[in-house]
Design a protein around this ligand. Sequence first.
Ligand code: ZN
Length: 352
Amino acid sequence: MKLGSPMEKGRILIYSNDFKKHDPQPFSHPENPGRLDKMMKGLREYSILQHLKLLKPSHGDPRMFQEVHSKEYVDYILAARKKVEWIDMDTYISPGTSDALKALSGTAHMIPEGIMRWDQIIILPRPPGHHAGVNGRALGAPTQGFCIFNLSALIAQLLSKKGYKVGMLDFDAHHGNGTQEIFYGRGDILHVDIHQDSSTIYPGTGFPCQSGVGEGKRTKININLPPGSGDDIFINASERALDLIRAHDPDVLVVDAGFDGYINDNDMVSLMITSSSFNILGRKLMGLGAKVVVIVEGGYGDGLLKGLPSFIFGLLGGEDPVNDSPNVSSEIVWKEYLARLKEVEEVLSGKL
Ligand SMILES: [Zn+2]
């Protein structure tokens, strides 16, 4: 399949080995440097790398994260560490984390200028960020869920300050509570989040009625997927999300792409999504007409090895190279899903 060369299409992949320096050793942890190896392995295995121009970020100043986090939180994170420290039950900082955060800052620094030349930007960062709110734990979540600094929120903020109209889509299996908290009162940034039913999974936030405050009211849209949801429900939810994004008509769509909803990716999530849905969603995003910045969030096993390449291939206009057979959701799961979707419609119409 011909997907065109990276230069003619403005397709960029941002990756740094510094992202691996955030490292839990001697402890074992699902969010570890091996995840980046899996992402690259998946992209290599399905011959995707040759369609992207690979860029390595230089080091930037992590204090730029004060654009979206409090100064106190940023100071706390940037304090020097001699060994791995746990900032809560789920989340660690290691001596090498500061280099990873410098590379994340360098990445964010590239985007506001780069977006003029590039149409599709794919970032494979670590540590992840969408659970990190203004002061760390967001919207009453019990922990920061492996996240330190919120890269997607920073990129959205920098683009918005440059005058771009920004939309955000998060399809990680967990609610992007950090990002949503950061922009909760902002009406100019639409944030649509598709995730496993908030009452059944960490961080326990992201119900349809949590739709923003003040000017932000009804611009934070949470589409809940009951446990057991398969591809048919995921595609239905994606279509509803895309309708909202089209109505917002952003110049740039910032996407928190999580692949932990891929069937059997891990034991934390109960969704049954396959490569087929991720590929379809990628192709639909390509058809939006907006520039797209993809930030990879969750995904621990097959989600990174298969879901990620299928999604990126779709984003480049290609059909699913993995070719999983789609999973059909049961009638009872559909019924539950439609009840939750009704709540979203009630929020949008002002009834809720
Ligand atoms: Zn997740």
